[in-house]
Design a binder for this molecule. Structure first.
Ligand code: NAD
Ligand code: UGA
Length: 429
C-alpha cells in the first residue's frame, strides 16, 4: 500500500521502517527540515537500536520529505505519529494534532484512511472527524482508525514486529478500514482487537497507567522494605511468580520517567477529573513517583556532609537504557536536585546528552572513569548494562569516597560491599 507517516520521531520512524519492511511504499514527513535532511543522508536522528539499519535495508520503499501536503495528496493511508506532550495543567497538548488536521483538511482530495497512532485522549478521533467536516472535507473522502502504539523505546523495532496485540478502533460499520489495517500488518502475527474509536483510545491510556501504577506499587513496597530490613528484589521476584501478578515492571528504583508514563498518567487524571471522577489510584501512583527521588536525596544527605566539597558521579542520563531520550528522565531531575544541594555533579551516559537548559553547572564527561575519578559518591541512575557490570574493585581505586547509590536496584549489593564500598539501594539488604 502507499502510506504517508506524519511525524519522524520514535514512533513515526519505527512505523515507517517496519511498514516499508512489510513491503509497503512509505513516505515519512516531518515539519522539522533538519531532521528530514539527516534522514535523507541516511542518518537516523535518534538512537533506537536497529532502526537505522532497518531504514537502510528498506530505502527503496522508504522516502523522507518535509512536503506534508504533497505526501497527503499522494498516499491513500495517512498515519498520524506527531507528539502529544503535556500542558502545564496535565492535559494533553493537542496543537500538533490540530496542525495535522489543518493540513489534512487542505490537501485531502481523494479517499484516505487516517490512522491515529499518536497517544490521544478519549474523544480525540471524534474531534478529528468533527473538525475535518467543519473544515469542508467531504465525509465520503475519509475513514478514521485509532491504532495506538505500545512499543517501548530501546526495543521499538522488535516490539513493532512482535506486538502482543494490534488494537484497531473503527467507526461504526467500517469494515473497509479493517481490511486496510489487516493488509498493512500482513506478516505480523498477533491478535487483532477490533474496538470503537473511544475504546482504542482508552485502552492505550489504561495500559500505560496500569504499568506506571505497578512501578509505584513496588516502589512503595520498597520503602516499607527499607524500614524493615527486608529485600524488595526478593519480594518482587517471588510475588511475580504468580501469573495473576506477573514478574514485569516490578523493579523498584528512582521511579518511572520518559515521554509517556508521566504525561499519559497526568492526562488520564485530567480527563477523569473533568468527568467528575476522582482518580484516587492514578493520583497515588503519581504521588509515589513524584516523591521517590526525595527518598534517594535523603539517603545521599545521610551519608555525605559538607556538600560544597563533594563530587557525585551520576551514571546514566537517559530515562532508561538503550535510548538517548531524556524526556522526563528521573536522572535529569535527580541531577537538578543534587546541584541545588550544592554538590558538584559529573554525569556520564553512553548515548544521552544533558539538556542545556535547567543545567546549573553539572558537567558531562565521555567515560565512566572520568565520571567516577575522585568521586565521593557514585549514583547509578539508568540501568545501562555497562553500569550493571562495572568492576567495583577498579571503581574503588578511582573514587575518593565509598558511597554507591543504586538508583535502579540493578547491581548486587554483596558484589559492591566486598570491595569495601558502601551500597545504598531502596529496600535492599
Ligand atoms: P517525537 O517527539 O519523537 O516525534 C514527533 C515528531 O512529529 C517530531 O519529529 C515533530 O517534528 C513532528 N511533528 C510535529 N508536528 C508535526 C506536523 N504538524 N507535521 C509533521 N510533523 C510534525 O514523538 P514520539 O516519541 O514519536 O511520540 C509520538 C506519539 O506516539 C505521542 O503521542 C506518544 O505519546 C506516542 N507514543 C510514543 C511512544 C514512545 O515510546 N516514544 C510509544 C507509544 C506511543
Ligand atoms: C512505555 C510502555 O512500556 C510502552 O508499552 C508504551 O508504548 C510507551 O511507554 C509509550 O506509550 O510511549 P517506555 O516509556 O519506552 O514505554 O519505557 P518503559 O520500559 O515502559 O519504562 C518507562 C520508565 O519506567 C523508565 O523510566 C523505566 O526505568 C521505568 N521502570 C520500568 C521502572 O522504574 N521499573 C520497572 O520495573 C520498569
Amino acid at each position: 500500500m502507499d502510506v504517508c507517516v506524519i511525524g519522524a520521531g520514535y514512533v513515526g520512524l519505527t512505523t515507517s521502517a517496519v511498514l516499508a519492511d512489510l513491503g509497503h511504499h512509505v513516505t515519512c514527513v516531518d515539519k522539522n527540515k533538519d531532521r528530514i535532511e539527516l534522514l535523507n543522508r541516511g542518518i537516523c536522528p535518534l538512537y533506537e537500536p536497529g532502526l537505522e539499519e532497518l531504514m537502510q535495508k528498506n530505502r527503496s520503499r522508504l522516502t523522507f520529505s518535509d512536503q506534508v501536503g504533497e505526501a497527503i495528496r499522494q498516499n491513500s493511508v495517512i498515519y498520524i505519529c506527531v507528539g502529544t506532550p503535556p500542558m502545564p495543567d496535565g492535559s494533553t497538548n493537542l496543537s500538533y494534532i490540530l496542525s495535522v488536521i489543518d493540513d489534512l483538511a487542505t490537501y485531502i482530495q481523494s479517499p484516505k484512511t487516517i490512522v491515529t497512532k499518536s497517544t490521544v485522549p478519549l474523544g480525540t478521533n471524534e474531534l478529528i472527524r468533527k473538525l475535518l467536516i467543519e473544515k469542508g472535507v467531504d465525509r465520503e473522502l475519509f475513514k478514521l482508525v485509532s491504532n495506538p502504539e505500545f512499543l517501548r523505546e530501546g526495543t521499538a523495532v522488535y516490539d513493532m514486529f512482535n506486538p502482543d496485540k494490534t488494537v484497531v478502533g473503527l467507526e461504526d460499520g467500517d469494515t473497509a478500514s479493517l481490511q486496510v489495517m489487516k493488509t498493512l500488518y500482513h506478516g505480523i502475527d498477533c491478535p487483532f482487537v477490533v474496538t470503537t474509536l473511544n475504546d482504542a483510545e482508552l485502552i492505550k491510556f489504561s495500559a500505560n497507567a496500569f504499568l506506571a501504577t505497578k512501578i509505584s506499587f513496588i516502589n512503595e513496597i520498597a520503602r516499607i522494605c527499607d524500614r524493615s530490613n527486608a529485600d524488595v528484589t526478593t519480594v518482587a521476584s517471588t510475588i511475580g511468580l504468580d501469573p495473576r501478578i506477573g514478574k514485569h515492571f516490578l523493579q523498584a528504583g528512582l521511579g518511572y520517567g520518559g515521554s509517556c508514563f508521566p504525561k499519559d498518567l497526568s492526562s488520564l487524571i485530567h480527563s477523569a477529573t473533568e468527568k467528575g471522577i476522582k482518580p484516587a489510584i492514578l493520583e497515588a501512583a503519581q504521588f509515589v513517583n513524584d516523591t521517590q527521588l526525595d527518598f534517594y536525596i535523603e539517603k545521599i544527605k545521610e551519608h555525605l556532609d559538607d556538600y560544597s566539597s563533594k563530587k557525585v558521579a551520576v551514571l546514566g542520563i537517559a530515562f532508561k537504557p538503550d535510548t538517548d531520550d531524556i524526556r522526563s528522565s528521573r536522572s535529569v531531575l535527580l541531577i537538578e536536585k543534587l546541584e541545588k544541594l550544592g554538590l558538584q555533579v559529573v554525569a556520564y551516559d553512553p548515548k544521552a546528552k544533558l539538556p542545556s537548559e535547567n543545567n546549573h553547572g553539572a558537567t558531562q564527561v565521555d567515560s565512566i572513569n572520568e565520571a567516577i575519578k575522585d568521586a565521593d559518591c557514585v549514583v547509578i541512575a539508568t540501568d545501562w548494562p555497562v553500569f550493571k557490570s562495572l568492576d567495583w574493585n577498579e571503581a574503588k581505586k578511582e573514587m575518593k569516597g565509598t558511597l554507591i547509590v543504586d538508583g535502579r536496584n540493578c547491581v548486587d549489593p554483596l558484589e559492591v560491599r566486598k570491595h569495601g564500598l558502601l551500597y545504598v539501594g531502596v529496600g535492599r539488604i
